[in-house]
Structure formats: structure tokens, C-alpha cells
Design a protein around this ligand. Structure first.
Ligand code: 5GP
Length: 122
């Protein structure tokens, strides 16, 4: 899938749409989800034009990948989530119900998050 420069997160990165920012550096922007699923629900996005984890993991530079991973950990610590625990999640593509076609990682925290995923029906 080609990158759509007019997706909602691209507009947030360019400052055309506001966000509740919690972190920003050269490669990364993080902001609170507009429809939080947990008391702490933060979205972490690389500033580069990546559709999903698939092309980010393949095409991003070492600096972008390292910066992104370190930022995720820092953001979770700064949110007070490292002690009690948190979950990181990236929806990739149609089967995962990815809604926004700009790679983003969710940080969920602030409550007991339960099991990771609904078990397979047996
Ligand atoms: P996905 O299913 O693509 O992993 O999740 C997209 C997430 O982006 C959803 O949790 C949704 O609430 C959030 N979202 C969609 N539009 C906006 C927006 O304009 N601002 C913010 N802060 N979050 C958004």
C-alpha cells in the first residue's frame, strides 16, 4: 500500500490537526488517543512516512528504529507505567483492523489489562 500523505496522523505530525502531545523528538511524536481504551492510552508514531510495522521494520533507518524503541520505553516510564505494567500493540493491516495507515504503536496502561488476546475457540 502506498503511503497516503493526507492520513490523519500525517496531519497531526505536520501540526495541521491538534493533539494532546506527550513526547516529541527528531524521529518520534507521541500523543493521547482521542478515544482511550484504558486510563493511559498513548499512540507513538514515527515521523517518517511508514504505513505500518511492515514497511517500518523493512525500510526505516537504524536511527529511526532505535529512536522509536527507546522513545516507547521512555514514554511508558514517564507515564508511570513501567512499575505497574503496560501493553504495547501495533495493528498491522486488514486482519488486525488497522484504521489509520501511518505506523503507530499503542501503549495501554493504568489498569489490569487482562489476558493478551481472546483465546482460540476450540
Ligand atoms: P488502529 O486501529 O489504526 O491501530 O488505531 C487507530 C487509533 O487512532 C484508534 O485508537 C483511534 O481512537 C485513534 N485516532 C484516530 N483518529 C485520531 C485523532 O485524530 N487523534 C487522536 N489522538 N487519535 C486518533
Amino acid at each position: 500500500m502506498a503511503y497516503d500523505r493526507d492520513n490523519i496522523f500525517a496531519k497531526i505530525i505536520r501540526g495541521e490537526i491538534p493533539c494532546d502531545k506527550v513526547y516529541e523528538d527528531e524521529h518520534v511524536l507521541a500523543f493521547r488517543d482521542i478515544n482511550p481504551q484504558t486510563p493511559i492510552h498513548i499512540l507513538v508514531v514515527p515521523k517518517g512516512p511508514y504505513v505500518s510495522f511492515d514497511d517500518f521494520s523493512r525500510d526505516a533507518s537504524e536511527a529511526e528504529i532505535t529512536g522509536f524503541v527507546r522513545a516507547v520505553g521512555q514514554i511508558a516510564r514517564d507515564a508511570g507505567a513501567a512499575g505497574p505494567g503496560y501493553r504495547v500493540l501495533a495493528n498491522n493491516g486488514a486482519d488486525a483492523h488497522q484504521e489509520v495507515p501511518h505506523f503507530h504503536l499503542h501503549i495501554f496502561a493504568g489498569q489490569n489489562l487482562g489476558r493478551m488476546i481472546k483465546p482460540l475457540d476450540k
